[in-house]
Design a protein around this ligand. Sequence first.
Ligand code: PMP
Length: 305
Amino acid sequence: MANIYKRAFLKHKIVSLADANLSVASAAVLYGLSVYTVFPVSKTSKGLVAFRLRDHYQRLVNSARIIGLDTFEPAWSFEKFTKVVKELVAANKPTKDVFVRATVHVDELVPGTRSRGLSTSLSMFVYEAKPILPQDGARLKTSVWRRIPDYAIPSRAKVNGAYVNSVLARQDAIDCGYDDCIFLDGHGHVCELSAANIFIVRDGVLITPDTMSDLLEGINRKTVLELAHDLKIPVVERGVDLTELYIADEVFACGTSAYIASVKEVDARIIGTGSIGPITQRIRDRHAKLLRGSDPTFANLITYL
Ligand code: PMP
């Protein structure tokens, strides 16, 4: 289980984690009607820094908009959100890198299956940052479960209830002895992992499924694309066939909790040399600096807490 810090935020105040609870009759519990994001806070020589906080806040707002949770946005602002992050992190005094999970819950009791005009509350808690994938040589299995399409539960909204889809697919992969799944979309194209986006390298070109592939528009996916431009690595966003993974020179996954994880095996086939490839290594090295605000080109992506 994750190591969770003792102070949490719920309904406009910092409380002990044990008291940060929602009713069993809330729509959040009944239908998984909540949207969330997770962002990293790193301990650096210049203090604690959050990575791409504005993007995380905006994705939370966008997720709420897509689902039709219309009481969150008018009640909050990025400035107010940042103030809570600062206060909560300070209250927990983390001694290591942490993740902060911020969730907008529909806390209205038994509202029936609808979304508009319902009461919402923001929660946040802090937990120890640990990668969800082996960083060197993750092993992936194509899932028998397909990614929920945009026309069913939109993947670009980070909706709690939709994570049943990820749980099914990742558990199947674990049961088969792998670290994580590869989701295909409804057309059989490569989509993402259970909680990370995917990139492949073929002949020096970085390729990732485009945003029409029913994936979550990951903030680290966007970061990798920006990094690739800066590193002058050619990059293409397009549909990706499963068999392209098998013959790729490099495959890696990226995400807040995946960091940049090199993939060594997909469906019992070894990828490239079986070791981390040169482009993955370059991206990983720069990404690690970005997270801590020690890369001058991308220093604006950091919020000092
Ligand atoms: N896809 C899914 C389904 C995820 O849950 C995550 C983790 N948030 C990602 C991709 C990666 O997104 P991010 O880079 O914003 O963490």
